[in-house]
Structure formats: structure tokens, C-alpha cells
Ligand binder design. Structure first.
Ligand code: AMP
Ligand code: MG
Length: 391
């Protein structure tokens, strides 16, 4: 359901910004190679550029030295000649390989093969245009600029890439018990954590979060807050969507003329989640228990937000890992259990964190991921390959 809306969301505005500022932003144009890559036959080794067959046959005269960044002015390589060459330099015309410096011996202006095997034609040279041709798309539009995309944009001279504007996200926590983290709560009060975790998650999904003041559990206060937030592209409400006597979020949304796409999901935690649209703004009413809020954002709201920000790969992101320890649950709902994923070069292992339900912030703080227990499963065993929802 969220996917079908994600397919349809209107592309956001486009701006051009300085390359380094574009880190984490979504490309609104493809990055195309402005010339062949590599632009010249590139030596990948320090050694001697020559003709492979000639080197195999006997010593070659050293005709000169070529550094990276230096153009060879000696013309095409003459028969019987080699040119000493550094990694990253352009191999002279006529050479067809680079013999590694470790595989040759230099004596009286001549270079001779010492390794048992002569280099094959093409060895240690990347041909001009082998990686990309001028005009080829190196990074498609719709990709978020991370490490590799940044390098590609720099290589291709995109000093002011076109990126999509970030969707505005209004964050509204509801609850009479909530106080700001800067305040000292009374014994029956708690600090508002959801606004902060949501802001981090929304920003990571490409949104521009704005935290609104906490909304009291009162119908007209809730309506007023929602009306104020509806100028945003996405409204995230946390709390007040359950069946409690003072849960007014759905009612307030309805009173404002909201359209609901779904009210509930077969998941635990997060069952009471609601999704819809209020004039031009999408909204999610997320359950207020902190772990429910995190899971439902990662599962439903983050993919929509990424789509609104023009990103083509939207998630949610899952990975497979081996389970450490065993897990037993009641079947009937897809479950998301706070868990810690640890990986090394050859394996990824996941272990659930002991918890007291979806309000357990201490457990959440020990988790870096959520173990997915399929709807029909009652038990997962140690060593099982299991799916993990990435935050
Ligand atoms: P609700 O969804 O409003 O019924 O809230 C469920 C539970 O989550 C209650 O224990 C609330 O106190 C707690 N909760 C709701 N909103 C927040 C918040 N913003 N920060 C931390 N805990 C919250
Ligand atoms: Mg509440």
C-alpha cells in the first residue's frame, strides 16, 4: 500500500548545490562520464611499458621515464624499446603491456625479464574507455550520494550536481505524560524520546524534520496541531492511535478531512499504525511505544519519505544473518524483536536483546536492528538464517 503511493509521489523540486554539500542528497540528474574512463591507457603498475612479445624474446632498451600526469613526447614506441612507467601514467602508443618492476632487472640502460612468465598483451594496462565511454551514465538519477557516488561525481566534474529538495517532515508527539528532555519529569511523567528518534530516522531517510511542541491528549489541541503541521509534506504523529479513552489522533485527523489508506497492520509491535493523506500532506499515525515508533517508521514511513525525496531505491532494508540463540513467539503476526547484529569478514550474526515489550528503551538502546519473525513461525533456532530489518 505504501509502495503504491511511493510510486506515485510527485517528484520534488530540484536545486544545484556544491558537491561536498550534496553528500547524502539524492541525484536529480544522472552523472555521465564527460570523457572516456580511463581517458588514456592507464598503467596499473610501476614497471616498464613495452611489447610483451619483445620482452619475452630478450632485453629492451630503456627509452625514457614516464611519471603519472606526464605526457609521453617520444612518439610511438620503437621496436626494441621499453619506457619506465609509474602507476597512473599513460602507456605510450605502441606498448601493449607493463612488466612489473618486481619482475625485471635493469642493467646498463636495458631492462630484462627475470620472472619465469612474460606479461601477456594487455597486462597491467586498462585500455582507454574500458571503464566508461564519454556520455555513459556512471550513476543514475535517483541515487543517494554516498561515498562511491561522490567519487564518481568528482571524477566527472559535477561540481554543482542537481539534487532533489528534501521533503518537509512535521513531527508531533502526543501524550499528557510527556515532557521535553530538558525538563525534570514528575514521578508520573516521562521524557519525550520519540520526537528525537523520529527526527534522526526521518533525516536519514532524506527528510527535513521539524519537531513540533508536544500535543496534549485533547481533541481540539490535537486538531489544532495537525492543522498547523499540514503544510509539511509528511506528518509523523507518535502516540494516541490505540483504543485508549484519550487516544484522539484518528478522530482529529478525520475531523480535519483526512483520507485513510489503512488503519492497522499485522505486525507486532506497531499494529495500530494508520496511514493516509490530509490535503497535500501524507501522514502516519505511529503507535507511541518507542520501539513501535522506530519499527513502523523504518517499515512504512521511511520508504515513502525516500520516494518523496526522489530516491529510486527505497527499502525498507533487510539483511540475512545467522541467529545466535533460540527465539519462541506466538504465531499470527510478523514480529520485530530488538536485536544486535554483529558481523565480521565471513559472517553476520544476530542475537535478540532481552526486553520488556515495546516500551523498553533500555533494550532499544542495546539493539542496532530488528529480528524479523515471520507471521507463521513459532520458533527460530540457533544457526537459522534469519531476516533482519535495518534501522
Ligand atoms: P500511546 O501510543 O499514546 O498509547 O503510548 C504508548 C506508550 O508509549 C505509553 O507508555 C506512552 O507513555 C509511551 N509514549 C508515547 N509517546 C511517547 C514519546 N513521545 N516518547 C516516549 N514515550 C512515549
Ligand atoms: Mg498516548
Amino acid at each position: 500500500m505504501v509502495q503504491s503511493h511511493a510510486e506515485r509521489v510527485r517528484g520534488p523540486a530540484v536545486e544545484r548545490i556544491a558537491l561536498l554539500e550534496a553528500a547524502g542528497r539524492v541525484l536529480a540528474e544522472p552523472v555521465k562520464a564527460d570523457r572516456d574512463q580511463p581517458p588514456f591507457p592507464r598503467s596499473t603498475r610501476d614497471g616498464f611499458a613495452c611489447r610483451a612479445a619483445e620482452l619475452a624474446a630478450g632485453p629492451l632498451r630503456i627509452a625514457g621515464l614516464l611519471r603519472a600526469g606526464e605526457a609521453w613526447t617520444g612518439g610511438a614506441l620503437r621496436a626494441g624499446d621499453a619506457v619506465e612507467i609509474m602507476t597512473g601514467a599513460a602507456a605510450p602508443e605502441g606498448s601493449d603491456c607493463v612488466a612489473m618492476v618486481e619482475h625485471v632487472e635493469v642493467n646498463a640502460g636495458q631492462v630484462r625479464l627475470t620472472a619465469s612468465r612474460a606479461p601477456a598483451p594487455g597486462e597491467n594496462i586498462v585500455a582507454a574507455g574500458a571503464e566508461a565511454r564519454a556520455g555513459d551514465v556512471v550513476v543514475p538519477a535517483g541515487r543517494r550520494i554516498g561515498v562511491t557516488e561522490m567519487a564518481a561525481a568528482a571524477t566527472c566534474g559535477y561540481v554543482r550536481p542537481a539534487v532533489y529538495g528534501r521533503p518537509r517532515v512535521a513531527i508531533l508527539a502526543t501524550g499528557d505524560e510527556l515532557v521535553d528532555p530538558s525538563e525534570t519529569p514528575k514521578p508520573h511523567e516521562i521524557r519525550n524520546s520519540n520526537s528525537y528518534s523520529l527526527a534522526v530516522q526521518a533525516a536519514a531517510a532524506g527528510g527535513m524534520p521539524r519537531i513540533f511542541p508536544v500535543v496534549r491528549d485533547d481533541p481540539s489541541a490535537t486538531e489544532r496541531a495537525i492543522a498547523e503541521a499540514s503544510l509539511a509534506d509528511l506528518i509523523l504523529l507518535a502516540g494516541g492511535v490505540s483504543m485508549g479513552k484519550f487516544d484522539f489522533v484518528e478522530q482529529a485527523l478525520l475531523a480535519q478531512g483526512a483520507e485513510f489508506f489503512f488503519t492497522g497492520a499485522r505486525i507486532q509491535p506497531g499494529k495500530p499504525i494508520v496511514f493516509g493523506k490530509l490535503s497535500n500532506a501524507y501522514f502516519f499515525g505511529l503507535p507511541g511505544n518507542p520501539i513501535s515508533t522506530m519499527v513502523t517508521l523504518a517499515l512504512f514511513a521511511a520508504p515513502l519519505l525516500r520516494a518523496m525525496g526522489g530516491e529510486s531505491e527505497r527499502g525498507p532494508q533487510f539483511v540475512l544473518a545467522r541467529l545466535d540463540g533460540e527465539v519462541r513467539v506466538k504465531a499470527g503476526l510478523t514480529r520485530f524483536l530488538p536485536a544486535r547484529l554483529v558481523s565480521d569478514v565471513s559472517s553476520a550474526r544476530v542475537r535478540t536483546v532481552a526486553w520488556h515489550g515495546s516500551g523498553d528503551l533500555a533494550a532499544a538502546a542495546m539493539a542496532n536492528t530488528f529480528l524479523v519473525v515471520p507471521e507463521t513461525a513459532e520458533q527460530l533456532n540457533g544457526g537459522d538464517l534469519v531476516s533482519v530489518l535495518m534501522l
